[in-house]
Design a binder for this molecule. Sequence first.
Ligand code: NI
Length: 173
Amino acid sequence: MVRKIVKFGDPVLETVCDPVPESEFGSPQLHALVQDMFQTMYDARGVGLAAPQVGIPKRLTVIDCTAAEGEGERHVLINPEIVSEEGRQLGEEGCLSIPGFQEKVARPAKIRTRARTEDGEWFELEAKELLARAICHENDHLNGVLFLHHVSRLKRKIIKRKIRNLRKRGEWD
Ligand code: NI
């Protein structure tokens, strides 16, 4: 099921999310949520989606950086932690909750993350380039942080003003 993507302005996007509790690992509800999140992400042509973006303040993200070429390499990261970061990359970044806006954001060039699967197993993943960027972006969402926090104060102000105007015209909900 494609779910509605929450847009900037909704407080759930600026909430520090709770870990997925032990009791939910392996449950049909958790599997269904992950399926819905992939479907929602592919439908919106994104490469990553965090649970708060579908209104659920839990530490769960789905990522597929190959989504442009059809469904590819799916990553599900639950209760993730970034255990190491290396180097720096600068690149354009957008967010499905802030559609129509892109800015250059600096991220680590390479990261290592530790997370749990839907069944609760811990695993480690090393990532670079776009995947590293996506994991950092989605991990930020779990802490209530948006890519706007990583751009200059002036750019942030301009984007927020444009969004206010879109909302006034009923073009942002
Ligand atoms: Ni985002």
